[in-house]
Ligand binder design. Structure first.
Ligand code: ADP
Length: 215
């Protein structure tokens, strides 16, 4: 499997380095009857993608890494902070009706519930709101804090977490989204400020990002 598509010349260079490496850029250029300058972008791409490595005064050599090894290496360098979305929050005193309206207007599938100090206290999913709507109660009078999933049972992540770890958490816990949080300093209890949102969509975007990177 090769996840990064190479053009014909790049494939040719790769073959030359496999057969004759370590080899200098100069020597590769000679073999292809091209100038060193013409090859420079191709060599940069092949090196950046991890197929080739370059050593000063030695030249290029083949790393022997497969496409899937390279893909995994790249995946393990993606962080939450680079792919997170803006969080959509509602206050704990908001009604279930308000939350439903917010979910539609903001076009998200998960809302985060905060207290008056903007600290995270709960999560509302689409199904939480649907479940609350099945009864005969007046949705405008039920506050979200009686139907939400609440702290300390909320799974969170931090901006510096690896995206692949968050993806694993979403799968294992069978949830759609995690709030990205910062721990509030000088608090004895665990209090968090919500600064972002990671959903399955963000993970999909990261996946596509890697695939597009080298084109
Ligand atoms: P849905 O219920 O609409 O399919 P989810 O799968 O995300 O959406 O939610 C399933 C349940 O898990 C809901 O009750 C929701 O409140 C809860 N939940 C969602 N996200 C989290 C989270 N990050 N931490 C803890 N519980 C969550």
């Amino acid at each position: 499997m090769r996840t990064i598509e190479l053009n014909q010349r790049q494939e040719l260079i790769l073959q030359i380095v496999k057969d004759s490496g370590p080899i200098t850029g100069e020597q590769i250029a000679d073999k292809l009857s091209l100038t060193r300058a013409t090859l420079r972008p191709d060599l940069a791409i092949l090196t950046m993608a991890g197929f080739l490595d370059a050593r000063p005064r030695v030249g290029y050599f083949y790393t022997g890494k497969t496409g899937s090894q390279l893909f995994t290496e790249r995946l393990k360098k993606l962080f939450v902070k680079d792919f997170q979305s803006i969080p959509v929050v509602v206050n704990e005193s908001a009604s279930v009706y308000d939350a439903i309206v917010t979910m539609f207007l903001e076009d998200v599938g998960t809302l985060f519930v905060v207290d008056k100090d903007s600290h995270l206290i709960g999560v509302l999913s689409r199904k939480d709101l649907l479940r609350a709507s099945m009864g005969k109660q007046d949705l405008e009078t039920i506050p979200v804090n009686i139907i939400m999933t609440r702290m300390p049972n909320i799974t969170t992540c931090k901006p510096d977490d690896l995206l692949i770890d968050v993806a694993n958490t979403l799968i294992n816990k069978q949830i759609d989204a995690l709030p990205v949080v910062l721990k509030i300093a000088d608090e004895s209890n665990e209090k968090y400020e919500v600064i972002g949102r990671i959903t399955k969509t963000n993970i999909t975007k990261a996946f596509v990002h890697i695939a597009n990177e080298m084109h």
